[in-house]
Design a protein around this ligand. Structure first.
Ligand code: FAD
Ligand code: UDP
Length: 428
């Protein structure tokens, strides 16, 4: 008899399997309906030998030292700070919107934070309570920048207008008045040195853990005995859609390998306005792999398909709360993760939620789910702590000229404009 049946071998399931096995000596069976571990963070070497993320780009970032240290037991890290350019009005401009974005777009020469702040304030619309994803952006940068950078992207990504989505969606992307062009400003930003799947393999390599892949939980729930269950799949599916389907947004990924060393000026280029896809990612720029060819992925949002994103809007939250009440009243089953708790969580938040669940199960309380950064403009400067193969160390801030940025990263910080070279557009 297993102590725990864990459904789903992503971050939520695998962290709990590891903790229960190694810290509480529990016998665990972890299953996944896919033919691999690591959930949506799964990466693998493609036919050309390039490490790619099957389900789109996954960049690890967190402010929670305990979460970073927890994962550091299972991987060394490659320091990596993410930079993204958005194609707007024929130029490639830094997103999050910063002073460089404003200067290049409007052909200005704003020199200081104060000048940029005054410029944005002159366009911003005062909104007392930012309720929607439109409010968040319009109240910071005004309607024109909102239209150029956010409205089209959001409508594509979610199939909804930003005015229909909770503020938290676009609030993930800050506005800056300095020239910091990093996508995230978290204290810890790094990629698992040998990839996510290798990290998961280490997490799950405990004699108390058995793994069963290509198995839906319904196939085995009445066959294999267990005492308790941890469920990390979609919560509405667990309850046979009793109150109706909870909407999740899906994506189609088009992977492509090009016979050239580099395809993009930075790891990710966003396309807010043109094209059916939202963004293109070049994996070698995330992983640091050297190879004569390069692999990219295009993301085409869609309503049907694997559930990737819970949809943060009031009607969905109301429906989820009905399922949550059922979940809370189901003894012996713990619901954890992005799909089972219907939360737009990043990887670190799911790890935090899983660690907190473990503490609750064994009767202690130590970890909470990290809050994400607020919407307010972020300051450039200060040192960034990055751990490389062991204890955390302080790295020079790559936003500083001459610090540890890659060529592509420096291209981004220089606000390089232009197209995306010889990339051809796949059909959706
Ligand atoms: P999942 O990884 O979805 O794992 C759930 C598992 O349960 C799946 O493997 C599924 O197959 C399995 N399952 C479901 N139903 C059943 C069933 N009936 N029987 C058996 N198994 C079942 N986060 C970041 O921090 N940084 C990023 O850059 C980032 N980028 C992202 C990009 C994309 C395109 C997406 C979609 C997400 C991204 N995320 C990112 C979020 C990240 O993927 C999640 O936070 C994390 O993977 C969630 O882990 P999880 O275990 O909750 O869910
Ligand atoms: N967003 C946008 N334009 C961009 C980047 C983001 O409108 O260039 C909005 C969009 O609604 C997106 C949300 O901000 O879904 C959050 O962006 P993030 O990059 O965090 O999305 P994720 O990586 O989770 O897909």
């Amino acid at each position: 008899m297993f102590d725990y049946l864990i459904v789903g071998a992503g971050f939520a399931g695998s962290v709990l399997a590891e903790r229960l096995a190694s810290q509480a000596n529990k016998k665990v069976l972890i299953i996944d309906k896919r033919n691999h571990i690591a959930g949506n963070a799964y990466d693998h070497y493609n036919d050309d030998g390039i490490l790619v993320h099957k389900y789109g780009p996954h960049i690890f970032h967190t402010n929670a030292e305990r979460i970073f240290e927890y994962l550091s037991q299972f991987t060394d890290w490659r320091p990596y700070e993410h930079r993204v350019l958005a194609e707007v009005d024929g130029q490639l401009l830094p997103i999050p919107i910063n002073r460089t974005t404003v200067n290049k777009l409007y052909n200005l020469d704003l020199q200081t934070d104060e000048e940029c702040e005054a410029f944005l304030a002159s366009r911003a619309e005062p909104i007392e309570h930012c309720r929607t994803s439109e409010d968040v952006v319009v109240s910071k940068v005004g309607r024109e920048l909102y239209e150029k950078f956010f409205r089209g992207y959001t409508r594509k990504q979610w199939g909804l207008d930003p005015s229909e989505l909770d503020a938290q969606v676009t609030a993930r992307v800050p506005t800056r008045t300095n020239t910091d062009d990093r996508y995230f400003t978290d204290t810890f930003q790094a990629m698992p040195l040998h990839g996510y799947t290798r990290m998961f393999e280490k997490m799950l390599s405990h004699p108390n853990i058995k793994i069963m892949l290509s198995t839906d939980w319904r196939e085995i729930k009445n066959v294999i005995p267990y005492k308790e269950m941890i469920f990390t799949g979609p919560v509405d599916e667990f309850f046979d859609f009793r109150y109706g389907k909870l909407p999740y947004r899906s994506l189609e990924f088009k992977h492509e390998t090009l016979d050239q060393e580099q395809a993009l000026p930075v790891a990710v280029v966003n396309y807010p306005n043109e094209h059916a896809y939202t963004r293109i990612t070049e994996f070698k720029q995330l992983t640091g792999q050297e190879h004569t060819k390069t692999s990219v992925v295009y993301e085409f949002p869609q309503a049907e398909g694997d559930p990737y994103y819970p949809i943060p809007k009031p009607e969905c939250t109301t429906l989820y709360n009905q399922y949550k009440a059922l979940a809370d009243a189901t003894p012996g089953v713990h619901f954890v993760g992005r799909l089972a708790t219907y939360k737009y969580y990043n990887m670190d938040q799911v790890v935090g939620q899983a660690l907190a669940t473990f503490d609750k199960i064994i009767g202690t309380k130590k970890v909470s789910v990290p809050e994400k950064a607020a919407v307010s403009p972020t300051r450039t400067g200060g040192a960034t702590r990055i751990a490389v193969s062991g204890p955390a160390m302080v790295a020079k801030n790559p936003a500083t000229p001459g610090a540890s940025g890659t060529n592509a990263a420096s291209a981004a910080s220089n606000g390089i404009s232009g197209g995306t070279g010889s990339l051809k557009t796949p059909a959706p």
